[in-house]
Design a binder for this molecule. Sequence first.
Ligand code: ADE
Ligand code: ZN
Length: 324
Amino acid sequence: MDAFIAGMPKCELHVHLEGTLEPELKFALAARNGIALPFATAGELRATYDFHDLPSFLAIYYDGMRVLRKEPDFYDLTWAYLAKAHSQNVRYSEMFFDPQAHTARGVSFDTVIRGIRRAQMDAENRLGIRSQLIMCFLRDWSAEFAMATLLESLPYKEWIIGVGLDSDEKNNPPLKFREVFQRAREEGYLLTMHCDVDQDDTTAHIRQCIEDIGVSRLDHGVNTLDDPTLIAMVAERKLGLTICPVSNAYVTGDSKARQIKRFLDLGIRATVNSDDPAYFGGYMTENLLCTQREADLTRDEVTQLMRNAFESTWLPRAAKDRFL
Ligand code: ADE
Ligand code: ZN
């Protein structure tokens, strides 16, 4: 089974590029940019990765981004992730980035996206791994800042397939961003949002995502299972759920592998993804292994997870079919 999972062609739909910043690269970028880190080694830094919930993770995640300053930094970050994904036979990835976490520090949108884009093109040409970019708004900042970021992204529209919503969910419901997502839709972006696992009001947020925002995917969304009417809506609309078991284990103490199996039994498009692999310590293969072991999945069920992922991509039908 382990060899089967390691070798299977994979698709990833929920990974934050900034969450792929490994301690070793963090050190290299800090040195290149003349930034002092309060740790002597990458191992020492890694030892501080001690999270128990979403806010304690996010504090470390945002602090880590300080080393990302120039276009080549964003290139190196993206290249490192895509090369690692390629080594695990990931054929296609839709990757989040958090522009506001950079523009708020004085790094331009142009710098961020040009570095990412150049690495995407190189990875496609040299490694054969395809990818697309999803721009996330930070939900603990204002809707006005999100709207300004949306407008700033428009000259780069061809490089961005859709928009998402991440960061701290507490008291930051989907409806706070209704106008931003409405405008994003009018501009041609596809829509998704995080509904993190076991947060306050998660089921209300899932309902808003579906009924008010009109997302075509849900990031996490595990708490759909808490409400039969949500199960029916997710099933009927064939929404893909981008679930991240190793991340869940950190943030909630439970990978939710059994819930993933339940979604499969219900015929719902559950997928398995890595979220922030440099922080949680698991890329695609490790996330699939964790799910398979904890829920005792068969080969057919593991294959179904990957079929669900390719089916839930934001690729044209013909491109999906070439993967399936
Ligand atoms: N940003 C990066 N990772 C995240 C996560 N797991 N949840 C919410 N926002 C995030
Ligand atoms: Zn996420």
